[in-house]
Design a protein around this ligand. Structure first.
Ligand code: SAM
Length: 284
């Protein structure tokens, strides 16, 4: 098998099929030979697991997934890469490339048809321009996924895995923590990619929870409150929730008081329990 993290191999297989890097699709391919095996190991794969990848590129991570999982479903939007993948992954009979935009695919139907009751684990070096939409697609839609082990931009990793109630937290932190346990696994410098991007990266793992950490009667409204609270980070939660939800400031002030919170508190100081209590009170 060809060494798919070798720059010369990547360049020659792409040239053979007339493919050039498409920056707009976040095409930065991994060239550190240690990273893909480590990611595939961290994804906890076995024969009964279907690994789901977003963006195989030339197939460097796909091959490591195929060695460990029963099946690999890999979504690639760039059809120019299909003949490349045909060639680089020819020795694996358990890989299926799906030429679709991951954000537009009917994942529930595809998983039902192709994964056949297997456990599902997502593992991917994500296209960074759609990091949060991809992660939230799996979590919010409650797709039957056990874990999500992905390479993301370092700053995104810090935000996704921050503690709720800390300075790094944002609306996406609350959302991720509501659905999953998050861990930062290892740092990957920008020199590990071809072409090198401007930013460093990190591999993170989200292990999907069986139950959310707080009880929430109306999930949609809970996330509306969270988004509103973080919509104007410099303002107090009172101001941003009131403008984000278009409700009177006195209503929010009253809810904060009932929840035992200071009027001047900012969203980044609120815990998961605080958000749940506030949403409960404001929804009445
Ligand atoms: N896995 C390869 C690696 O690690 O070298 C490539 C990763 S590269 C960062 C991201 C890949 O995602 C590219 O192959 C790109 O074409 C693909 N991609 C970008 N947007 C996509 C989308 N909306 N749906 C599916 N694949 C996408």
């Amino acid at each position: 098998m060809k060494n798919l993290s070798d720059i010369n191999v990547i360049r020659s297989v792409m040239a053979k099929h007339g493919v050039t890097f498409n920056k707009g699709l976040g095409q930065n391919f991994l060239i550190d030979p240690d990273v893909c095996p480590a990611m595939a190991e961290a994804a906890g794969l076995d024969e009964n697991t279907c690994a789901v990848e977003i963006g195989p590129g030339v197939g460097v991570l796909t091959a490591e997934l195929a060695k460990r999982a029963g099946k690999v479903l890999s979504f690639e939007v760039d059809e120019r890469l299909l003949p490349v993948l045909d060639e680089t992954l020819s020795e694996f009979s358990n890989v299926e490339i799906i030429n679709q935009d991951i954000l537009k695919a009917d994942l529930e139907a595809i998983f039902k048809e192709k994964c056949n009751g297997m456990d599902i684990a997502v593992c991917a070096n994500l296209p960074y321009y759609i990091t949060s939409p991809i992660i939230m697609l799996f979590l919010e839609n409650k797709l039957p996924v056990k874990s999500i082990t992905v390479m993301v931009q370092k700053e995104a990793a810090d935000r996704l895995c921050a503690e709720v109630g800390s300075r790094d937290a944002g609306a996406v932190t609350v959302a991720v923590n509501y659905f999953a346990n998050s861990e930062e696994l290892f740092f990957v410098p920008k020199e590990s990619f071809l072409p090198p991007p401007k930013v460093n990266s990190e591999v993170i793992r989200l292990t999907v929870r069986k139950e959310p950490p707080v009880e929430v009667a109306d999930e949609k409204f809970f996330f509306k409150v969270v988004k509103a609270a973080f919509s104007q980070r410099r303002k107090t939660a009172e101001n941003s929730i009131s403008s984000g939800l278009s409700v009177n400031k006195s209503v929010v002030a009253d809810a904060l008081e009932k929840a035992g919170l200071e009027k001047t508190v900012r969203a980044e100081k609120l815990t998961m329990e605080n958000f749940a209590t506030l949403a409960e009170i404001l929804n009445k």
